[in-house]
Design a binder for this molecule. Structure first.
Ligand SMILES: [Zn+2]
Length: 171
């Protein structure tokens, strides 16, 4: 049985996952390529969150780890979106720091994530956390007179951070 795109009035095949809720509940809907692209453009995790709430979000294990038993699973809000973003490489800034790549056995996902956060490949987890906080503050609409011009950048940074958190942030 073929899955039809969950978008209203769309009859194409839905082969791309999109999260339904902003957590790790693993509730999914399947969308066609066209509509998953629209979804990727539109989601905004930080909508209506103030700086304190974002700070809490960064610190809180609850949001990231909630009911996530195996980290191998890629079925949570950020992972799904991160994977979608990687499928769409056009939008992802990439650098080529090959020496550091050889030194560190990072996955290409981790390297992309570090590139997006403008960090070196040997950055320690504590430094990544600090950098994330700095970047969220810098690009949050509250700090830019409510302007949403950095929304995409903030999204990518958040997805990158969630990727690194899975790889490096586990105890
Ligand atoms: Zn569709």
């Amino acid at each position: 049985m073929k899955i039809i795109c969950d978008w209203e009035n769309c009859k194409k095949i839905g082969s791309y996952k999109a999260p339904i809720e902003r957590d790790n509940s693993r509730k999914l809907r399947m969308l066609c390529l066209e509509h998953v692209k629209i979804f990727n453009k539109k989601w905004n995790y930080f909508e209506n969150m103030n700086e304190q709430e974002i700070e809490y979000f960064v610190k809180s294990d609850l949001t990231w780890h909630k009911s996530t038993k195996s980290f191998g699973s890629s079925e949570n809000f950020f992972n799904i979106l991160w994977n979608n973003a990687l499928d769409d490489k056009i939008n992802i800034f990439r650098s080529s720091n090959f020496n550091e790549f050889k030194k560190n056995k990072l996955s290409s996902n981790d390297r992309d994530a570090l590139d997006i956060m403008d960090l070196k490949y040997d950055t320690k987890w504590e430094e990544i956390q600090k950098k994330f906080k700095t970047l969220v503050k810098k690009y949050h609409p509250d700090k830019n007179h409510g302007s949403k011009k950095f929304e995409d950048k903030l999204k990518k940074i958040t997805l990158a951070y969630s990727q690194l958190r899975m790889t490096m942030g586990k105890k």
